[in-house]
Design a protein around this ligand. Structure first.
Ligand code: 5RP
Length: 224
């Protein structure tokens, strides 16, 4: 079993009958969704899912998981999602899979968030992984120039066919190659107040539990 599958299965144990569950996006979240589907089929588990991307929606529907949109629920009990990097404060970078906007919306309205990662994602400081910034297409080139002038080494994200990637929300993504982020809240605030930026991949104070996959087994870290 690979580490992503291990943590996906481990996280699904936190799902109980009747929960409204936020279903994350990515290659790690994939295994968690599969395991929830298996538990529903084999153990009679009953949940309602709220998906964070079209890809996860397709997977969940294929498994027969009943779904509601984020606007059809009063709250989400638990969201389980992957992450690209996690620091000792449980701040993280997300959006490698281009779903950061919907992921942040669902995480914000969730009573509990669990992240599932393999050991390689645990870092002392965020920033080696390029920070995704979701922007409106109108004026995006101005933002690329602005970020370039700030030394953020921006790159407009393209898809496999070389076309500009369009997110599920209809936006573009500019990846910032920062190498190291020394003041995470300050950068988040700067991006939050930049016109044309819809959302960014810095997730701060949203998760209290991270399940990390190690070759010897999964370890659940709780925020102190
Ligand atoms: C998608 C995400 C993913 O959760 C993140 O990129 C981790 O993905 P993976 O589990 O495939 O490594 O934020 O927008």
């Amino acid at each position: 079993m690979n580490l992503k599958e291990m943590v996906g299965i481990e996280a699904a144990k936190f799902v109980t009958d009747g929960m409204i569950v936020g279903l994350g996006t990515g290659s790690t979240a994939y295994y968690m969704v599969e395991e929830i589907g298996r538990r529903m089929k084999e153990e009679g588990l009953k949940i309602t899912g709220v998906t964070t991307s079209k890809a996860t929606e397709k997977q969940a529907l294929g498994l027969g998981i009943p779904l509601k949109s984020i606007d059809e629920v009063t709250h989400v009990d638990l969201t389980i999602d992957g992450a690209d990097e996690v620091d000792p404060d449980f701040s993280g970078i997300k959006g490698g899979g281009a779903a950061l906007l919907f992921e942040k919306v669902v995480a914000t309205y969730s009573r509990q968030n669990i992240w599932i990662v393999d050991e390689s994602k645990i870092v002392a400081k965020l920033g080696k992984f390029p920070l995704p910034v979701e922007v409106v297409p109108y004026g995006h080139q101005q933002l690329v120039t602005l970020f370039d002038q700030k030394g953020y080494e921006p790159k407009l994200r393209k898809n496999e066919t070389g076309q500009v990637l369009v997110t599920d929300g209809g936006h573009y993504i500019i990846d910032l190659h920062l190498q190291q982020i020394n003041d995470v809240p300050a950068l988040a605030q700067e991006l939050d107040t930049t016109v044309g930026v819809v959302e960014h991949g810095l997730f701060i104070g949203l998760t209290g539990k991270v399940i990390v996959g190690y070759p010897e087994g999964p370890k659940t870290l709780e925020k102190r």
